[in-house]
Design a protein around this ligand. Structure first.
Ligand SMILES: Nc1ncnc2c1ncn2[C@@H]1O[C@H](COP(=O)(O)OP(=O)(O)OP(=O)(O)O)[C@@H](O)[C@H]1O
Ligand SMILES: [Mg+2]
Length: 239
């Protein structure tokens, strides 16, 4: 079998002396959508930050597209085509939608040009002149996705895209993620809303206190509410 696009093996990450991730092993294949689930503080964002080179790994190995990127700086990892849609979106609030997209263009080339992103996310085309700080939460999430796309990623790491959004807007965001999946981008999708992420994911991992406590097919986990309840609690299973 060929090597997966992203292969994380035995990742341990600390903040100071405190051990956060303990032996996290996961993979994402080319064009695959993988959900990384877990409750508040489980270590989901820390996993993404470690993969991106934003927080150093203490132990373990991270391979991407045949390279050992474990100790690489973030800018070099981004250049390999790893895109990031961070928690809380983080855009330049005083710049327009279009200017935010222009800043993210990195000259790597590829099929995701700004016109194509605007065609795919028509809401952004309507809002191209509006300052990012004046966009709604859902619109900012779209911009964050558009911004990641113009860097032409092969792998997108997306952190809680549904957070703080009204249900109808969440549907919109997930419809776009579903469309992205069709284009063949691999996605590692972090969510607390397990059932939502499992709808578009192929496989899923569940983190608890920095450990992987479940790994399997998304459809199987989605169909097993008891298992979700055991892993993530009553409230998540009932959603
Ligand atoms: N910069 C930091 N310094 C120290 N501890 C941190 C730091 N960032 C996160 N932590 C701790 O690491 C643990 C994992 O945090 P992380 O942000 O990865 O969780 P998460 O699964 O993304 O949670 P959430 O769903 O709330 O975003 C938590 O206990 C958190 O308090
Ligand atoms: Mg987080």
């Amino acid at each position: 079998m060929s090597e997966p696009l992203l292969d994380v093996d035995g990742l341990c990450t600390n903040y100071g002396k405190i051990s956060i991730l303990r032996d996290v092993t996961l993979s994402v294949g080319e064009g695959e959508v993988v959900a990384l689930l877990g409750l508040n503080g489980a270590g989901k964002t820390t996993t993404l930050r470690s993969i991106l080179g934003l927080t150093a790994a203490r132990a373990g190995k991270i391979r991407y597209d045949g390279n050992d990127i474990t100790a690489w700086p973030a800018y070099k990892i981004a250049r390999l085509g790893v895109g990031y849609v961070p928690e809380g979106r983080r855009m330049f609030k005083d710049l327009s939608t279009l200017e935010n997209l222009q800043l993210a263009e990195n000259g790597r080339g590829g099929e995701w040009t700004i016109p194509r992103v605007l065609e795919h996310l028509p809401k952004l085309a309507e809002l191209r002149s509006r300052k990012a700080g004046r966009l709604s939460g859902g619109e900012q999430e779209m911009l964050a996705i558009g911004r990641a796309l113009v860097s032409n990623p092969r792998l997108l790491l997306i952190d809680e895209p549904s957070q703080g959004l009204a249900p109808l807007i969440v549907e919109d965001v997930y419809r776009i993620l579903g469309e992205l999946k069709q284009t063949g981008v691999a996605i590692l999708l972090v969510e607390q809303n397990a059932l939502l992420a499992l709808k578009i994911a192929d496989r899923a991992y569940v983190l608890d206190s920095g450990r992987v406590v479940h790994a399997g097919l998304a459809a199987e986990l989605a169909a097993d509410r008891d298992r979700i309840r055991t892993l993530m609690g009553l409230e998540v299973a009932a959603r």
